[in-house]
Design a protein around this ligand. Sequence first.
Ligand code: NAD
Ligand code: UDP
Length: 330
Amino acid sequence: MKILVTGGTGYIGSHTSVELLNSGYEVVIIDNLSNSDASVSDRIGRITGKTPPLYIGDVLDEALLDQIFSEHKIDAAIHFAALKSVPVSMADPLLYYHNNVTGTLSLCRAMKKHGVKNIVFSSSATVYGISDDRPIGEDAPLSPKNVYGNTKLMMETVFSDLYHSDPEWNVTLLRYFNPIGAHESGLIGEVPEGIPGNLMPYITQVAAGLRPHLNITGTDYDTPDGTGVRDYIHVVDLARGHIKALQNLSGLGIYNLGTGRGYSVREIVNAFEEATGIKIACEEAPRRPGDLACYFADASKANAMLGWRTEKTLHEMCADSWRFAKGYYK
Ligand code: NAD
Ligand code: UDP
């Protein structure tokens, strides 16, 4: 089977491409390199022995999509290509709606034109917005609190409406919790743009000596140690969830991909220090506006229906994040 991976040189797309190739799928990548590097496809080749063809271009470019679907007999697409910064999405909503939502419409049109009706989509736990339900199940209320989350919910709506208009479509929406970690080879991983907004990329920059300390944003939450709790998932486990999703594509499916357990910021810092032997200087800082104290997935549906389970430990998440970052920042 041949899979079109949009955004396949990005963080999650590259790890998923590795898992696809290792599982015997063929992979074709389209990426405009707005947040990644062309060398990633060679790195995927070094890991798997198979370098996937990379089309450098935009999913908004329907002529290019037409060309790809004409040149390859694609069986399914996994759609990662999107912009993902919450603050940038608030500052420039038109950019985010155009890139993410219009880009998705463009992909769907091209797929429909070429009779390819199988898609796995990268959604996000941000579609749930603020919720007191813990753990969060797929039927929790949907109420994104920022423009990025709005684009994800709109894209989910596009896919489910498409399915309802034509049940020949098979659509799986995967709602990711907090991916961290990297491939154990250290060849691919997450490269943050500018000052990292997320916890693990910030920690690795402190470890690399690029930043003096980590600001712990919120130490007075109603959590065991006062710091925010999230469901961190190793990106390789997440990537493997996409293989299971492809194997089980049937009708419309919606699944959380998380470990089902939360760790606090202080637990992450301690685990990182233990895994790497590097001390992370920390300072207490105010809460980030709009942050939740604690959320983590109810992943039982993906466990039961997809036969998927996370395998990697927090220690591996930290050690693998650092192995990649150390090589990248040296
Ligand atoms: P990433 O930025 O590393 O990868 C996205 C890739 O898509 C990049 O290589 C970028 O160059 C490409 N891209 C963006 N817009 C494009 C376009 N219009 N045409 C072609 N290529 C385009 O991000 P990631 O962390 O790998 O995220 C992948 C997907 O997962 C995204 O849809 C993101 O919203 C979603 N997601 C990510 C997280 C996370 O924490 N990383 C959490 C939940 C959901
Ligand atoms: N966090 C922190 N310092 C940082 C970045 C994040 O203390 O520099 C905290 C944040 O308040 C939250 C947790 O780490 O409790 C995870 O934040 P991240 O942005 O990685 O994920 P999200 O909150 O978007 O799920």
